[in-house]
Design a binder for this molecule. Sequence first.
Ligand SMILES: NC(=O)c1ccc[n+]([C@@H]2O[C@H](COP(=O)([O-])OP(=O)(O)OC[C@H]3O[C@@H](n4cnc5c(N)ncnc54)[C@H](O)[C@@H]3O)[C@@H](O)[C@H]2O)c1
Length: 328
Amino acid sequence: VIHFVGARVLVTGGLGFIGSNLVHLLSRESDAQVTVLDSLGEGMGGNRRSLDGVARAPRVTVADMADRDATAAIVRGQDYIFNLAGHVSHTAAMDAPLRDAHSNYCAHVTLLESCRRANRHARIVFASTRQVYGRARSLPMSEDHPLDPIDVNGTHKLAAERLHAHYHRVHGIRTVTLRLTNTYGPRQLIRNGQQGFIAWFIRRALDGDELEVFGDGQDLRGMVHVDDATRALCAAASLDVPPGTVFNIDGERAYTIERLAQMVTTAAGGGRYRKIAMPPAWQAIHVGSAVLDATRFRTATEWGERVALEDGLRRTLAFYRRERVHYV
Ligand SMILES: NC(=O)c1ccc[n+]([C@@H]2O[C@H](COP(=O)([O-])OP(=O)(O)OC[C@H]3O[C@@H](n4cnc5c(N)ncnc54)[C@H](O)[C@@H]3O)[C@@H](O)[C@H]2O)c1
């Protein structure tokens, strides 16, 4: 699956949820020399514990990717860059848009500029989000669906996608963007509701607390286990695609939020959920149902979902039963 023979690989955001899982995969299934760049930014998902047990320890630099000197030094000589640094909370982005712009846009200008100056040979895979589509006009959404983000986070992520395309077209730095759906699995912080609703359901179920489903719970969501997301990132790294190419990544089937709540409580061996009115901060940026069509990526690569939701939830709960103390 993984072809990084002798390669030098940088993972930005590599102490975060998806990034650390990618580091585990690379160190287990390739002989790549892995470097991590992560700011361990406050309120974000970075956690040194996430590299615990890694097969081969990566070199880790704790620095802000917007720091030109640190980033220029680190990109030099890298063959692949998985650009996963970012801030994921949609409500936090509404409260602190400049902070979101810093992590989801400005820091990426620095990364790409550093590559332009010091390493045009690197191939970059950028992790974007389904949020760039905004409210679905039809389901599932293909890559050709109109782009109309309705919140700050989605707006900055879309700008960063376009920036990657620009550096590809104008400066010849090969970039490709994956628009990830809601991703879940081990090594995601479950401290509060900021890292995503799946993680928060898992936390509540783990603690025996009632899960809260906002609104009627009938919105559909695609979901992907982080092992499938990291395999997709690896598969994307060696694609030769024109500038501006984007791919959706989503699971094979979608579930309503209410169904997810039922599945989480079942996987946890019991528990309850109730429906509550959607808090105003969420209401303002509520996209409704969001399901991506990942056919383009499945056709371009050999990637496909391997971890179905039920199994993924069981495995995730088992992880947090052991590791809860490090992630809350
Ligand atoms: N988790 C999801 O469901 C999901 C869905 C779609 C897209 N994504 C994207 O995937 C990427 C990774 O998400 P995640 O869930 O692993 O988030 P995360 O918060 O767990 O990890 C992100 C990491 O990036 C680091 N970081 C943030 N700003 C930085 C900066 N300026 N310099 C250096 N490091 C910085 C943080 O410290 C953190 O460790 C993000 O770009 C996110 O937008 C995630």
